[in-house]
Design a protein around this ligand. Structure first.
Ligand code: HEM
Length: 482
């Protein structure tokens, strides 16, 4: 009888929620469950559901209601027009354990608002994404090109060297320092990030079937994830302590100093969300947000370039015409490199690395498109439905940088170009990411031809679904231009 009552309780749907597939109480939608189990590509499942149930559909996983929103206008209506309601993060077992209600990426309400507002303003003051910041990126590009030079055109999998360069840029903003490529601690750091990104997909079952946490052993590797997070936080805490010892409020060196200064201003004030523990989480968020995304995009970029030598040559000709082979491709020249800009845009559209953004949640019950969405519902923005919308992009699966050029040779960027998403949670690192992508790609193409490996095997376009959609491992060669 008790079991029947529990099952009845969990089978009761709120009235008028968006349509969707049937589900088994406590298990949820079987298709989604099986797809998660075999780590399948949700883009395909969601496309089928959209065809059947419309632009706004819902399903259950475990006993959690999930709503998926498709199409640019609907995304704007939810995340911009009704952004106050659609911008929370969901409470979930793993996120709450890892995030502990701190930082930016996984928080909501006052903590999110204060920490994000401060971080955006501090990063801007430190020159984030501005021309004054460029030198730091160029310095990292120099080291990166050095590593490539030393390969002498041998086969290489760029999987490690790209995140090394990109995370070093975040290091220089946050810690005021960078690491050498062979620094053992830094490499351990990168290994741990890698390991956690691989394991985090498996842990998501705990969010929908929380009773699984009581199984003996570390079946979902979640204890290992927490151990890794603790290691990284320990390292960050040490850096914060070093900064505290040498802090001089007249000379703000980096993000940690900026935060320490802010903390001082709150010492005698009223209640505040600023604290050392918050700082450690915010730094973690800047690393996770700023490393994996840009690195993955660059790894995809090399794949598209090696598969499209004609695009490389057209980029090189444009760079050569304006800069020759030795002048650095500074941001000041970006406006001249119109075709190169189109290539970067098309790479981001095609790579579609965060097809479902980061899950949102409703902060209160809300009416949307004649449906009812209860408070605390998980909401997934389907960015993929917009970046590959056939009504906005002709032959959306075709790699075609010229699609961004109008008949006068000027760049036109349709509203559907939303790889950084939109609304209140829009990516905080957009300006830095754009700078990094432009400078890395133009610097690489200016100096090398990117070729398939000796075996001639072209890198695959298949992706590994995960937190971001990453390419499969591949080898290429960088051969210096004469
Ligand atoms: C090509 C590179 C990048 C892409 C495609 C990208 C994309 C995104 C997307 C889709 C979101 C989620 C928005 C949402 O919650 O709906 C996001 C959030 C975020 N991004 Fe990026 N990002 C990139 C680079 C960066 C960089 C370089 C940083 C550096 C600091 C960064 C920091 C963040 C942070 C902190 C958030 C969380 C914002 C919040 O929750 O309020 N991202 N990004």
């Amino acid at each position: 009888m008790g079991v029947l009552l529990i099952v009845r309780h969990f089978s009761k749907k709120p009235p008028n929620i968006p349509p969707g597939p049937t589900y088994i109480p406590l298990v949820g939608c079987v298709q989604i469950f099986l797809n998660s189990l075999k780590k399948g590509d949700s883009r395909i499942v969601y496309r089928r559901f959209r065809e059947k149930y419309g632009d706004v559909f819902s399903f259950y996983l475990g006993s959690r209601l999930i709503v998926v929103i498709n199409g640019l206008n609907n995304l704007k209506e939810a995340f911009v027009k009704k952004g106050d309601v659609f911008s929370d993060r969901p409470h979930m077992f793993t996120i709450d354990k890892v995030g502990q209600g701190r930082g930016i990426v996984n928080t909501s309400g006052l903590v999110w608002w204060e920490q994000r507002k401060f971080a955006v303003s501090a990063l801007r003051q430190l020159g984030f994404g501005k021309t004054s910041f460029e030198d730091k990126v160029h310095k990292e590009i120099d080291s990166f090109l050095n590593v490539i030079d030393n390969l002498n055109g041998r086969d290489v999998d760029p999987k490690r060297m790209i995140p090394t360069a990109i995370s070093n840029i975040i290091c220089s903003i946050v810690f005021g320092d960078r690491f050498e490529y062979d620094d053992p601690l830094f490499n351990k750091f990168l290994d741990i990030f890698d390991e956690n990104l691989k394991m985090v997909g498996g842990t998501s079952f705990l969010n929908f079937y929380p009773l699984l946490q009581y199984l003996p052993g570390d079946l979902f590797k979640f204890d290992k994830v927490l151990e890794n997070v603790e290691f990284v936080q320990g390292f960050v805490r040490e850096k914060v302590e070093e900064h505290r010892q040498s802090f001089n409020e007249e000379k703000v060196r980096d993000f940690i100093d900026a935060y320490l200064l802010e903390l001082r201003q709150h010492i005698h004030g009223s209640e505040t969300t600023f604290s050392y523990d918050q700082l450690v989480k915010v730094i973690g968020d800047l690393f996770v947000g700023g490393t994996e995304t840009t690195s993955t995009t660059l790894r995809w970029a090399l794949i598209y370039l090696v598969r499209h030598p004609e695009v490389q040559e057209r980029m090189f000709k444009e760079i050569y015409r304006h800069l020759g082979t030795t002048k650095r491709p500074h941001m000041a020249f970006k406006q001249k490199l119109v075709y190169c800009k189109c290539v970067t845009l098309e790479i981001q559209r095609m790579a579609d690395i965060a097809p479902f953004s980061v899950p949102h949640a409703t902060s209160e019950s809300v009416g949307f498109k004649n449906y009812f969405i209860p408070k605390g519902t998980i909401v997934i923005p389907n960015i993929h439905s917009v970046l590959k919308d056939p009504e906005a992009w002709k032959n959306p699966e075709e790699f075609k940088p010229e699609r961004f050029l109008n008949s006068e040779g000027k760049i036109v960027k349709p509203d559907q170009f939303i790889p950084f998403f939109l609304g209140k949670r829009v990516c905080m690192g957009e300006s830095l990411a754009k700078m990094e992508l432009h400078l890395f790609l133009t610097s690489i193409v200016q100096r090398y031809k990117i070729l398939p490996p000796e075996s001639g095997e072209l890198p695959s376009l298949k992706s590994n679904p995960g937190l971001t959609f990453t390419p499969q491992n591949y080898f290429i060669r960088f051969v210096r231009r004469q």
